[in-house]
Design a protein around this ligand. Structure first.
Ligand code: DC
Length: 223
């Protein structure tokens, strides 16, 4: 029997990872946060003072980078050259860097290969920007989870505040970051963020987390 693959795409802060994690737990599947992989590569570049937009410097770095995904009781860990970077990749600087570095085709090729291999060997629910359109075009289910930018900014602001990683950012700064990232992610030439025709769109602007999760579960369970 082949594995079940669920793709969840959408812009930053729409609730993809919260939904995907909950579904993975309920349906006993693996959850793969592909954004964390781009964040891992961006982390290494920034640590080595390489600009994430500088393809000439990113490419040689990439050739000497090993990226692995590991799971334990806290969920997914991203290992870059055996360093567990999971706790260091959620800052606004890395968010921007990941968006920039993800526009480089060689970066995408390398990470997509790992993503497809995980999907071939496991029942997986994967979230990202290009999962339904490019990574897993034959996924059993495809969702496009979105929400208004102002609502996404509000959620991200509260999340960073709670984790005490907000720094001196205002809600307005976060909204600007989100708008820039949306534009970056959906206008890049290779595998941009987009809703494919066979994806089911879920707009979570007016939904609670529980309602968002339930709306996806209902569709998967019905089929
Ligand atoms: O989902 P996230 O915010 O952690 O993703 C960080 C960045 O990585 C995002 O701005 C674009 C990029 N990304 C991508 O291009 N393709 C994916 N499948 C996942 C993330």
């Amino acid at each position: 029997m082949s594995n079940i693959n669920i793709a969840i795409d959408g812009p930053a802060g729409a609730g993809k990872s919260t939904i995907a994690k909950a579904i993975a737990q309920k349906l006993d599947m693996i959850y793969l946060d592909t954004g964390a992989m781009y964040r891992g590569i961006a982390y290494k570049a920034i640590k080595n003072k390489i600009s994430p937009t500088d393809e000439n410097k990113v490419l040689p770095m990439l050739e000497n980078t090993e990226l692995r995904i590991k799971y334990d009781e806290d969920g997914q860990h991203v290992l870059v050259d055996d360093e567990d970077v999971t706790l260091f990749i959620r800052t606004p600087e890395i968010s921007r860097g990941a968006s920039d570095i993800s526009a480089i085709p060689a970066v995408r090729d390398k990470l997509v290969e790992v993503q497809r291999e995980i999907a071939a060997n496991n029942n997986v629910i994967m979230d990202g920007r290009d999962i339904g359109s490019y990574v897993l075009p034959n996924a059993n289910y495809k969702f496009y989870v979105t929400a208004k930018p102002e609502e996404r900014a509000r959620r991200r602001f509260n999340e960073l505040k709670e984790k005490e990683t907000l720094g001196n950012k205002t809600l307005h700064d976060i909204l600007e970051d989100i708008i820039t990232r949306d534009k970056n992610d959906s206008t890049r030439a290779f595998a941009p963020l987009k809703k494919v025709d066979d994806a089911i769109e879920i707009d979570t602007t007016e939904m609670t987390i529980a309602e968002s999760i339930q709306s996806v579960i209902n569709i998967v369970k019905k089929a």
